[in-house]
Design a protein around this ligand. Structure first.
Ligand code: SF4
Length: 154
């Protein structure tokens, strides 16, 4: 059975988000994958050593900064590297990551101004995973991801 790398906050069972809130994904296909033991949950921000809760962060060019001005790029890079290590260890078929996050976003991220604006872009972990050749879906793309999995496991 092929495995899928997923954001821990979509997987649930553990509080990892900066604001301590849950974002558990309840799409029936995702829940089936979870029950099958197919999902490998990762939280790049926590892997990088950041606490829960924490001050929120956004990408600014090649840097990641917190709302109060701290450079947390190194933490994000370390967390991304650990997510990639786990993707390789489990030979995942693709990834499903939380949209909009400075680590996990795959289409949209905040613009670095902390004003609520999102722009096309990807998070630090997603960028590294894609550079390594992994396809990354957002939580809104489960049906498309399911079609890819079905085609692979024919
Ligand atoms: S880094 Fe990813 S998995 Fe962790 S809380 Fe943020 S979006 Fe969720």
């Amino acid at each position: 059975m092929r495995k899928i790398l997923v954001s821990q906050c979509l997987y649930g069972d553990r509080i990892v988000r900066y604001d301590g809130r849950e974002k558990t994904l309840t799409h029936p296909v995702f829940l089936k994958w979870k029950e099958e033991g197919r999902l490998i949950p990762v939280c790049p921000e926590v892997f990088g050593g950041l606490p829960v809760p924490r001050v929120d962060s956004q990408r600014r060019g090649n840097l990641v900064v917190t709302r109060d001005g701290r450079d947390v790029t190194k933490e994000y890079e370390a967390g991304a590297a650990e997510a990639l290590r786990l993707a390789r260890e489990h030979d995942v078929v693709f990834c499903v990551m939380k949209q909009g996050s400075p680590a996990c976003g795959s289409k949209l991220i905040h613009d670095g101004s902390f004003s609520g604006h999102k722009v096309p872009g990807e998070g630090v972990a997603v960028q590294l995973l894609r550079e390594a050749g992994y396809r990354v879906y957002g939580e809104e793309d489960i049906d498309e991801a399911a079609r890819e999995l079905a085609a692979i496991e024919l």
